[in-house]
Write a protein that binds this ligand. Structure first.
Ligand code: UDP
Ligand code: MG
Length: 251
């Protein structure tokens, strides 16, 4: 059916107003991965069928990442770009994406294709069943060093022992959150953020979907060992009083 021009504009606008899914992707110097990511992601999102937006958060990249995402946004109105004045870090990039998202469900994923877009349909499916947080659980990590695998394995178990916050094992930020959860999450404005902890602390109906973490598509990790340790400490200090108690005893 061919709609009259005015109605056509209306139906397009209406489609955008009803954005169902927001995909938030923090990107820091990911110029090599972006074309693959966009292609694979849009292919999967087309099969899901819901109106969507892709929010790229450029975290102060120094390569052509910003130019590339802007180019995608010009070509595809479902692509939006938030750009930071400098590198503020992955957690703040996700936070900005969450703040600007409009979808009824918000999905956070990495931009290097380690979080495979094929996991999105099962996340959406569980959300439709009534879950508010559907987190993707890593059952395998291909292409990562034994050091990273071991430290991550130990960290999640150690974290669970230290805090009362229920954070699922082997689960990063790759997850879907309902608008209700996002609304609550947005009221928590801590500066050192450990989103996977905050999302667990919030409660609501949560469920995990297992997946195999893929190797990085191209480029290299942006997390040095020091940065990883700092991130782990941020998580522990935000969710446990043990470090404070230990320093009191030593004092
Ligand atoms: N990232 C970011 N800012 C940073 C570091 C990373 O936005 O300061 C993005 C990065 O581009 C990627 C995601 O966060 O999309 C995860 O980073 P990376 O793959 O380097 O982490 P790893 O998987 O090695 O832990
Ligand atoms: Mg990665």
């Amino acid at each position: 059916m061919v709609l009259p021009r005015r109605l056509r504009t209306y139906s397009v606008l209406n489609g955008f107003m009803n954005t169902q899914l927001s995909i938030i992707i923090p990107v820091y110097n990911e110029e090599e991965v972006l074309p693959h990511l966009y292609q694979q992601l849009t292919q999967v999102l087309t099969t899901v069928g819901d109106p969507y937006e892709i929010l790229f958060v450029n975290d102060g990249s120094t390569d052509h990442t910003l130019k590339l995402v802007r180019h995608l946004a010009r070509q595809d109105p479902r692509v939006k770009v938030i750009s930071f004045s400098r590198n503020f870090g992955h957690q703040l990039a996700i936070t900005a994406g969450i703040d600007y998202s409009r979808g009824e469900a918000v999905i956070i994923m990495d931009g290097d294709l380690q979080d495979p877009p094929e996991v999105i349909p099962p996340l959406v499916e569980r959300w439709r069943e009534g879950y508010d947080v559907v987190y993707a659980m890593r059952t395998g990590r291909r292409g990562e060093t034994w050091f990273k695998r071991l430290t991550a394995h130990v960290f999640y178990r150690f974290f669970r022992r230290l805090t009362r916050t229920n954070i699922p094992l082997d689960t990063g930020d790759f997850r879907l959150m309902s608008r209700t959860v996002v609304t609550h999450l947005r009221t928590l404005r801590e500066r050192s953020r450990f989103l996977r902890g905050l999302a667990g602390w919030i409660g609501f109906k949560q469920v995990g979907v297992p997946y195999k973490r893929a190797p990085r598509c191209a480029g290299s990790t942006k997390f040095s060992v020091l940065r990883m340790v700092r991130f782990a400490l941020d998580g522990i200090v935000s969710f446990s009083s043990a470090p404070l108690r230990i320093s009191i005893y030593f004092g």
